[in-house]
Write a protein that binds this ligand. Structure first.
Ligand SMILES: [Zn+2]
Length: 69
């Protein structure tokens, strides 16, 4: 099935068994697990940026737990 390539934003192909993501445009090839992490990382980076503007106190309560680990 077609999904969005996280790298070049073109159409990438996800294999039927959800094991591999392949993009013919930029030659991206990664497992679906890596793809999910890649997208999630990009989105969390994006919301971190937004969080900085929205208010420091709320964003830090959850984020600081990871850093103390
Ligand atoms: Zn691509």
């Amino acid at each position: 099935m077609k999904i969005k390539c996280p790298k070049c934003k073109e159409d990438a192909e996800l294999t039927m068994d959800f094991s591999l993501v392949k993009c013919g445009t930029c030659d991206l090839e990664m497992s679906y697990g890596e793809y999910v992490k890649f997208v999630a990382h990009n989105e969390s980076t994006y919301s971190d940026i937004l969080g900085d503007y929205a208010g420091k106190t709320e964003g830090q309560s959850s984020g600081s737990l990871d850093e103390w680990d």
